[in-house]
Design a protein around this ligand. Sequence first.
Ligand SMILES: C[S@@+](CC[C@H](N)C(=O)[O-])C[C@H]1O[C@@H](n2cnc3c(N)ncnc32)[C@H](O)[C@@H]1O
Length: 259
Amino acid sequence: MNNSKNEIEKEYIYRINLALKFIDKPELSNILRVIFASINGITMSIIIKKKVMLQKWDDRYKEKGFAYGKEPNVFFKKWLSKFKPGTLLMPADGEGRNGVFAAQIGWKVTSFDQSIEAQSKALQLAKECKVSLEYLVDDLEHLEFKNETFDAIGLIYAHFSGDKKSMFHQKLDSYLKPGGIVVFEAFSKKHLHYNTINPKVGGPKKIDVLFSKEEIIKDFKNYEITFLEEEEVLLNEGKYHIGKGSVIRFVGRKKVSYT
Ligand SMILES: C[S@@+](CC[C@H](N)C(=O)[O-])C[C@H]1O[C@@H](n2cnc3c(N)ncnc32)[C@H](O)[C@@H]1O
């Protein structure tokens, strides 16, 4: 981590000095130096935070076994099975337990995750289960798909940073066909209580990364709501989701014509 931090810092300093060479007024040059240094500091801390998070996921998925098990999430399995298979996007699919299940029941699956270790495990699981799925490695921030491509999107514990999660939902919505469905399960804001008393149940420790029903209604306002509840659940998913927790469960259909 320190090595990559130093390399990023060196690159910034080199670029700033290069830019300042072309300014021959020392006062202006000094003011710009201070501005650049502040921007540099903010950008650096964002980049480092992202790298630390990615390292956390890579380390988790490098462990032996499957972090959240090989079985699909119970709610996802129940609801996805009710719809006619088509094309399915699985953001933040981790080790692929949900994407692989979907492929087994006939969906044409495109999964992605920022972690290359996640991809490796997911492809291993797909091979074991004798199904294929497309699995991309990237941050959702940098991924692009054609508008209105997918018949369904599965968001299962796809916890994104608090300042991006709503924007990410809008981005994902643009890839869903009108009439397409979203199946969603993730920890609710009440979950902070549960993972404080039982760390084995896992889940984010920051309130803005967790969800509320109100946020879902706001993010998916062009959807007919088939199911939306905040529920207490007893999780038994691999070794990182064990025990009582609180989740938001949502199934919605994107309206065909917006009003
Ligand atoms: C709790 S895990 C859930 C994995 C999987 N959905 C499951 O339920 O087994 C959260 C996943 O989100 C991924 N993730 C978080 N932010 C992401 C982003 N901006 N772009 C892509 N993947 C992201 C992480 O790498 C991690 O694999």
